[in-house]
Ligand binder design. Structure first.
Ligand SMILES: [Zn+2]
Length: 114
């Protein structure tokens, strides 16, 4: 099992922003937009959550996001293996089917009752 560590889902995005001043060129000229600003974006229940970050926070957050991706990849692989195992548990025994049922069932089922 991987050690617990700070991690988060979502992603760090970089975006140029418009400001609140109506006369500022950023409203009409995309290249005059401010930034780029980095933010943490995560969609939760269909809603996008955004948290703006300073550059130091953005670096930390990028590591956290990366850690979560690594963990998810690990967890997916882990699940796949466990589910294959679980599937195997539901399979009727094949290779041993010549022997195993007889050993278990011979006491009751293989005999006719009458
Ligand atoms: Zn502006």
């Amino acid at each position: 099992m991987p050690e617990p560590r700070p991690m988060r889902r979502g992603s760090v995005v970089e975006r140029a922003m418009k400001c609140g001043k109506p006369e500022c060129p950023c409203h009409t000229d995309a290249s005059a937009r401010h930034g780029p600003y980095r933010s943490l974006v995560r969609v939760v229940e269909g809603k996008t959550r955004t948290r703006y970050l300073d550059s130091q926070q953005a670096e930390v957050a990028a590591d956290q996001v990366q850690a979560a991706r690594e963990f998810k990849a690990w967890a997916d692989t882990y699940f796949e293996r466990c589910e294959r195992w679980a599937d195997a548990e539901l399979e009727p025994p094949r290779a041993t089917s010549d022997e195993a049922p007889e050993k278990k069932g011979s006491r009751r089922r293989s005999r006719t009752r009458s």
